[in-house]
Design a protein around this ligand. Structure first.
Ligand SMILES: [Zn+2]
Ligand SMILES: [Zn+2]
Length: 430
């Protein structure tokens, strides 16, 4: 018979869950704060008010500290996240060996629970190292001509005869300059903080395998913890136990009481299972997104670029409809229009302006990054304006929805795992 601490413990579990949920939602909102959705309408008003209020409430020193951390962690190459990943991996594995393995051996003694985790652990470390140190597909003077010919421009998302403002080399379609690493990468996907490197045409395959291995690791680990807990439930006949409710009446066992009881008796194991489920969902969604990109021959960078171009087309087409004179003004200064629509930039940029100059070269470096991004945006504006002179916005949007790099399912997969050797494509690059 279980009795006693139920209400307090349940309150603790609910409070702990709510607290973790709230922190996760706040982190998610912080990272999504620059989405167009949060910049207009009621949500935009709320966002801007929050920024103004936080400006008043949070001391200057905290902003500088936050900005410093943000700069160190996200605007420069750092091994911080690799160390965090390795630490969590070791911790998870250690907990598995110390907490879960003895129960698995006891309840399922004829099974082998050693080989799969060790093999999986080693493949994870190996894939992290390979993804981190392999060449993502850096564009050099030697290979740039081949890359320019390889994917070809579509005249909408990528244009002919463009040049990287930093590398001073021609800019092949689907490539991008990474301001953290300081080079252009072919078929650029994104700069990954976990691998501390760019992910591009050459190392994206390792990253996909790394993601799939992570997913397997979390799924296998969670499943094994569940089985250990299942063994405990069966061994202790917990489903046959009655508990005393608030009115001192014996009640049959239910899931809520069972989970609470396990949490009190085996907190580390239940925490491991809960973390495993959370990571499985988070990494699962991220992996599915990248598998979808691989199947359709797209990159994260391309999707962002298409989204931005789409918003520019709609904005210019709308302005065109409302006022032809205003449209001409925008033509002269596309950036003014961007700024007009984004009166308060992110908290990060506000802080940047305030702390500008304090750290000398570091921040002037950052200003360069921002200014080249603005130049890129301006270029898109001018290009879309030119297109709108010849075609209707619907026509351009229609074209934008087609992915010209889609070679069909098998060739798309091939191009991920054997880049530059896609059947029927020019592979004479290196
Ligand atoms: Zn470059
Ligand atoms: Zn990079």
């Amino acid at each position: 018979m279980l009795s006693g601490h139920k209400p307090e413990a349940m309150n603790f579990v609910v409070a702990f869950g709510s607290y973790v949920g709230l922190v996760l939602v706040l982190i998610l909102l912080y990272f999504m704060r620059d989405l167009p959705l949060f910049k207009t309408g009621l949500l935009g008003e709320i966002r801007n008010t929050l920024i103004k209020v936080s400006d008043l409430l949070v001391p200057e020193l905290c902003w500088k500290l936050l900005e410093g951390i943000n700069w160190r962690l996200f605007k420069q190459r750092t091994m911080f996240f690799q160390v965090v990943y390795m630490f969590l991996l070791f911790l998870g594995y250690f907990e598995f060996v110390v907490e879960v393995l003895p129960f698995l051996h006891y309840f399922y003694e004829q099974e082998n629970h050693i080989n799969v985790p060790i093999f999986n652990f080693l493949t994870l470390v190996t894939l992290l190292v390979i993804s981190s140190i392999s060449n993502p597909g850096i564009i050099t003077e030697k290979n740039v001509r081949g890359h320019v010919k390889y994917w070809g421009t579509d005249g909408l998302v990528y244009w002919e005869n463009t040049q990287c403002a930093t590398c001073k080399l021609p800019k092949p379609a689907r490539s991008k300059h990474c301001s953290l690493c300081g080079h252009c990468v072919f078929k650029f996907d994104h700069h990954c903080i976990w691998t501390n490197s760019c992910l591009g045409g050459n190392n994206y395959r390792y990253f996909i395998l790394f993601l799939l291995n992570n997913l397997f690791f979390f799924t296998y680990g969670t499943w094994m913890v569940m089985r250990a807990l299942g063994g405990i439930i069966e061994h202790m006949h917990l489903w046959d136990v009655k508990y005393i409710d608030d009115n001192d009446q014996p009640q049959p066992m239910n899931y809520s009481i069972l989970i609470h009881h396990l949490f009190m008796k085996f907190p580390r194991m239940v925490f491991l299972a809960a973390s495993g489920i959370f990571l499985d969902i988070a990494v699962g969604i991220f992996t599915l997104f990248h598998i979808m990109l691989a199947f359709t021959n797209q990159t994260t960078n391309e999707r962002h670029r298409r989204g931005f171009i789409e918003s520019v087309i709609k904005r210019l087409a709308n302005t065109n409809k409302n006022d032809t004179h205003e449209r001409k003004t925008i033509g002269n200064n596309g950036l003014a229009e961007i700024d007009k629509n984004e009166p308060i930039d992110s908290v990060k940029d506000n802080v940047r302006l305030r702390t500008k100059g304090i750290k000398g070269t570091e921040y002037s470096n950052k200003d360069n990054q921002t200014s080249s991004k603005r130049q890129g945006k301006q270029l898109v504006y001018h290009h879309v304006e030119e297109l709108l002179k010849k075609h209707s916005s619907n026509e351009i949007l229609q074209r934008l929805s087609n992915n010209p790099y889609d070679l069909g399912f098998f060739k798309n997969i091939w191009s991920v795992f054997f880049p530059l050797t896609v059947p029927g494509k020019n592979s004479d690059i290196y």
